[in-house]
Design a protein around this ligand. Structure first.
Ligand SMILES: C[S@@+](CC[C@H](N)C(=O)[O-])C[C@H]1O[C@@H](n2cnc3c(N)ncnc32)[C@H](O)[C@@H]1O
Length: 458
């Protein structure tokens, strides 16, 4: 059987060349940029915030290139990545939609973790990205790479080459309970997270964890502080490299129904350990946005990138649900490939009982082309049925710039489906006054992450 070892020099050589070309290539153009002001944050005033958090809907190579161009070299204190694992699986997201008196569950492809060229193709993908991420890290920075038994040992070899064996800090074992066992080997119930720093002067804030006493009884040693909980007596020790953290279970409150979603608690440990308040934390394989949500909660700035449509819409909704600070969405230029089209039946000025001027937008229809979409079998039938009977039920997110000046849109009104709120009303009422003669900018996304926008003069 062919060994990967012989291919490594070529993978590294080509990877360096590819990365260096990106570093030295001229400005790239990204697609339409928007700023989102979650509604909880009051009036939009983009000028007062010189820095805003960023979500790239783009291949991470493009995102990194854009960041390098914008002066982020050496600016990021922490990178966490959870790339595909070479599992040969196709991962999905699920949405529950309501239409008429019916409810339907719809599954849609999130990303495909099958690699035609196998391990070599996978390593070819990851190497230039690791190389470029090192460029973005600050001198106090570190990087966490989340993998499993399939690729961790090979990526370790690449990481030693990029970051230096001396900068290898830990292999964290994340152990969990999940379904699935084998009769032919031990149940595989852990992931591996490799940790490297860029220099020897890296941020590391020691975290503590419980260590239960033998027999759960107090030792009573002099000078050792002991505590008691429902299990028994324990001391606090510096956190070890084996972490027992629950997976995001079916009934978990943080679940957003995106396969491969990682627990917030796992990211909390990583962010607290290896960044400080105001540090920039980045995740270039962001999935459902766990890193962004936790970074925001812990007062860090954040950068996320994912090239998946479903990942982006899931992340945007999750960020809004968590009432994060304002953020930009930056898209790759080809992002409208699969766009659907929403029509508006009527827009009119209205006044409420208190005499406030407002706007009523009545949505009309939603059309999209299923030909290029990866939907089969039962799901296709359900989607066809909903698309014919009540297409608006497929809209997942609507964001509006209520005073669009023709520049970068500032989405300061949003409505989206999440949890129990599984419908978007076809009639939208906004009361913020002074719409007459203004342009409004409307961004919309469907449950598959297909998106589009329009401008309307009032
Ligand atoms: C394992 S998932 C990440 C899950 C994430 N940690 C979470 O908590 O939801 C990997 C993600 O990487 C994204 N991805 C794969 N290749 C990419 C690329 N070249 N650029 C950007 N994103 C990519 C996929 O779309 C997928 O969402």
């Amino acid at each position: 059987m062919h060994s990967i070892i012989g291919s490594l020099p070529r993978i590294i050589e080509n990877g360096i060349e590819r990365a260096e070309t990106i570093i030295n290539s001229p400005e790239i153009s990204m697609g339409r940029k928007e700023i989102v002001y979650p509604m909880g944050h009051g009036e939009a005033d983009p000028d007062t915030k010189a820095w805003s958090n960023r979500l790239y809907r783009a291949d991470n190579l493009m995102a990194i290139k854009d960041l390098l161009r914008r002066g982020y070299r050496g600016e990021i204190d922490l990178i966490y990545i959870d790339p595909p694992f070479l599992t040969k699986s196709r991962y999905r997201g699920r949405s529950r939609i309501k239409y008429g008196n019916d409810e339907r569950n719809i599954e849609y492809l999130a990303y495909d973790d099958t690699w035609k060229g196998g391990l070599a193709a996978y390593l070819e993908m990851i190497y230039p990205r690791l190389y470029l991420m090192r460029e973005l890290l600050s001198d106090r920075g570190s990087i966490y790479i989340h993998l499993d038994y399939r690729t961790v040992h090979y990526v370790k070899v690449l990481m030693d080459q990029v970051f230096g064996q001396n900068n290898f800090l830990n292999e964290i074992i994340w152990s969990y309970k999940s379904g699935g066992t084998s009769r032919r080997y031990f149940s595989r119930k852990h992931d591996n997270i490799l940790v490297y720093s860029k220099t020897k002067d890296y941020i590391f804030n020691v975290q503590k964890e419980k260590s239960y006493n033998r027999g759960f009884r107090p030792y009573g040693f002099k000078g050792v502080k002991e505590y008691e909980d429902e299990m028994g007596w324990y001391t606090l020790v510096n956190m070890r490299d084996v972490w027992a953290v629950d997976m995001v279970g079916r009934t978990s409150g943080e679940r957003v129904d995106y396969d491969t979603q990682k627990p917030e608690n796992l990211l909390e440990r990583i962010i607290l350990s290896s960044s400080n308040e105001d540090s920039i934390v980045a995740d270039f394989f962001a999935g459902s946005g766990t890193t962004g949500v936790m970074a925001d909660k812990l007062n860090r700035r954040w950068i996320l990138a994912d090239n998946g449509a479903l990942a982006t819409v899931t992340t945007i909704k999750r960020l809004l649900e968590n009432d994060v600070l304002p953020f930009s969405i930056i898209r790759s230029p080809d992002d409208l490939d699969m766009a659907g089209k929403l029509t508006i039946r009527d827009i009119k000025l209205i006044t409420d009982e208190e005499g406030r001027e407002g706007l009523e937008i009545e949505l009309g229809d939603y059309h999209f082309n299923m030909d290029n979409m990866d939907i089969g079998g039962k799901n296709r039938k359900i989607i066809e049925e909903v698309a014919t009977d009540e297409p608006l039920a497929l809209i997942d997110f609507i964001g509006i710039d209520m005073d669009y000046d023709g520049g970068i849109p500032i989405i300061n009104w949003q409505n989206y489906r999440r949890g129990d709120r599984i419908i978007i009303e076809p009639k939208i009422n906004i009361f913020s006054g002074g719409f007459k003669g203004k342009d409004i900018y409307i961004r919309y996304m469907d449950i598959f992450g297909q998106e589009n926008w329009m401008v309307h003069r009032i």
